[in-house]
Design a protein around this ligand. Structure first.
Ligand code: SF4
Length: 446
């Protein structure tokens, strides 16, 4: 059990210097107790106090990484029950099941690794293979793992509860940092030794949360830190209740035995992929660290990736792009100049349409604090005088030989103010919807 804020406060220097980012040691102590601050933020804690505070300053849900390279997934590290309280930090990872006896391992791995989509400048993709040892043979299991690694960049969950089979494979693939699945009451000692020797994270499965806590206590006492919890539930209400109970115990009761990210099996919650996808959709906001599906298919995984993107976007910070001049299709001095807001969705939609038009264009992205055109206009951030000042400062005037600027149709009412700010410039009203931009730009004459 962690220390209370007051207990932590007694161990701090009490100088209220503010260097930790909050004005007082008491405020820092409260944040530390709530898992919202890190001990290293205070440079004046004595070594003695640091030792005593080590447990209290650990995040309530341990952050850890599974996998390697581009598909490494950082999970855990969350500090709130509900996204609107602050934000969720580390998006869950998605895994598809492959058995080491399957004949199409290479084909599946290649296909799943190819499921990648770009959205608002981010690459959305599944990251993991849940590789099940059905052969009971270390050579076959390792060959299957190598086939996944050689044919894709997907990371691995090595699922084998026979320590003598898992040990050589885990050692051979330790540099890929796979998750070892799973330590149970029957094999915990030996699985602990494998995880200790390889440095790989270890999943823990109990028949219920009581057994999970006994196992995590046993394993942490043995020196393991990177654990992932499988509560053992395999029905929808049970999984839901366990997920909520684990998160609440870790955050509200500072229960260290449950302060680990979780792995959930959507594939046990539905017979069809559609049912599994619906279950996975529930698990994304309900705290799953890793979600396992029987298969990865575009119609299932794409909506889940979009849901994950939305759930793990900071609700207090709109997604933005850097303000400035963007050159699309190699513009020159006679090319049209468009201006819009720096809400990333607006930017990517407008950019896509301009690229598709093949018309060389200067796109000016103005800082509207991530608000879309209409919202920014209503908030007074996308108005004539502000755009005029931005255009004078950004350097576009030196880049073009004409004096015309195209504004979004939704902001037509600012044209007069902008013309007052940009004397000699002609303000053209563009289309309301980005989809109409290609046709509009093709009519452009400098
Ligand atoms: S930096 Fe340390 S001493 Fe200074 S206010 Fe924060 S907790 Fe107190």
């Amino acid at each position: 059990m962690g220390l209370t804020g007051i207990q932590i406060y007694k161990l701090l220097p009490k100088t209220n210097c503010g260097e930790c980012g909050v004005p007082t040691c008491l405020a820092f102590a409260m944040n530390l107790a709530a898992g919202k601050a890190e001990l290293d933020s205070c440079p004046y804690v004595s070594e003695e106090a640091r030792e005593q505070l080590a447990e209290a300053s650990a995040p309530p849900i341990r952050p850890l990484t599974v996998g390697y390279g581009d598909t490494a997934v950082k999970i855990g590290g969350e500090t709130v029950l509900f996204r609107h309280e602050k934000t969720f930090y580390n998006p869950c990872g998605f895994a598809g099941v492959i058995r080491d006896t399957d004949e199409d391992i290479a084909e599946k791995a290649k296909r799943w690794a190819g499921y990648q989509w770009e959205r608002v400048g981010l690459n959305l993709r599944p990251e993991l293979v849940f590789l099940k040892c059905e052969s009971g043979d270390a050579t076959t299991f390792e060959k299957a793992a190598r086939t996944v690694v050689d044919n894709s960049d997907l990371s691995l969950i090595l699922a084998c509860e026979a320590p003598e089979v898992l040990a050589p494979v885990a050692k051979a693939l330790a540099d890929k940092h796979p998750l070892l699945y799973a330590a149970t009451n029957a094999n915990a000692d030996k699985m602990c030794a494998i995880a200790g020797e390889t440095g790989c994270p270890l999943a823990v499965r109990g028949v219920d949360l009581e057994e999970v806590m006994e196992l995590t206590n046993e394993l942490t006492e043995a020196g393991l830190k990177d654990l992932v919890i499988d509560s053992g539930a395999r029905d929808l209400p049970g999984v839901f209740q366990d997920q909520v109970a684990i998160r609440r115990a870790a955050l509200l009761e500072q229960n260290r035995a449950l302060g680990f990210p979780t792995i959930c099996f959507a594939n046990s919650l539905g017979e069809t992929l559609a049912e599994q996808t619906a279950a996975a959709a529930m698990l994304v906001p309900k705290y799953a660290g890793l979600i396992v599906l029987d298969d990865l298919q575009p119609e299932s995984i794409f909506p889940l990736l979009v849901e994950r993107l939305n759930i793990y976007t900071d609700p207090q910070r709109p997604m933005t792009v850097t303000p400035g001049i963007y050159e699309i299709n190699n513009p020159d001095e006679k090319s049209p100049v468009c201006v819009t807001s720096n809400f990333s969705l607006t930017y990517f939609i407008v950019t896509g349409e301009i690229e598709a038009s093949r018309v060389p264009t200067w796109l000016l992205i103005m800082d509207t604090e991530g608000l879309s055109v209409l919202t920014a206009w209503a908030a007074g951030k996308f108005v004539g005088d502000a755009i005029g000042i931005f255009m004078k400062k950004c350097g576009i005037i030196e880049k073009v030989s004409h004096k015309k600027v195209i504004i979004p149709g939704y902001a037509a009412s600012i044209a007069g103010d902008l013309e007052e700010e940009l004397v000699d410039w002609e303000v053209l009203i563009g289309p309301r919807e980005a989809a109409a931009l290609p046709a509009y730009l093709k009519e452009w004459k400098a």
